[in-house]
Write a protein that binds this ligand. Sequence first.
Ligand code: COA
Length: 159
Amino acid sequence: MSASFHVRPGEDADRLPLAVLFATVAEERDGIASEPPVDVEARAARWTLDGTLVAAADADGELIGSIHVERSRYGTGEIGMLVARDWRGRGVGSALLEATIEWARANELHKLCLSVFPHNARGLALYRRFGFLEEGRRVQQIRRSSGELWDTIEMGLLL
Ligand SMILES: CC(C)(COP(=O)(O)OP(=O)(O)OC[C@H]1O[C@@H](n2cnc3c(N)ncnc32)[C@H](O)[C@@H]1OP(=O)(O)O)[C@@H](O)C(=O)NCCC(=O)NCCS
């Protein structure tokens, strides 16, 4: 597999691949809050492309990662991101985050925020490296389909 990829704004044709990737990562029941079943068609239809950047493999254009910034009215943006399992640990998340920070500055946001599970070592390493600071912990914030209650770490980056 070629290790090269590029980051670009999400476009209409990405809707279905974005939703399929999201559903695949949800099936891991580990890094993101959503769990199966994911209604792929519905998610594809309502995906907000404004504030979405995607990573695509240079070799075949396959969508291998995405990041979305949900803008609030108050100058902040809430990040959600994921990378296809086979591509993790190869800089895709870093490239998406770097491009997003640039996008957020260009769009005059003053802060990026996110929630991450405490066991998500890869995510925490990535966010810390970009200067995100831990701002708190929400206790038993997310009920899993197993019945477990998972904490989240709240992180923020002033731009
Ligand atoms: C979190 C995620 C987006 C990171 O993307 P990625 O492409 O793997 O990120 P990168 O390769 O750019 O960087 C990952 C960093 O974690 C480090 N890392 C990898 N495995 C690790 C581990 N087991 N423990 C600690 N750090 C680890 C890498 O070394 C790298 O840091 P470095 O470049 O300083 O060495 C991706 O792993 C993912 O999609 N996970 C599943 C979904 C998810 O958790 N989304 C985020 C929800 S908050």
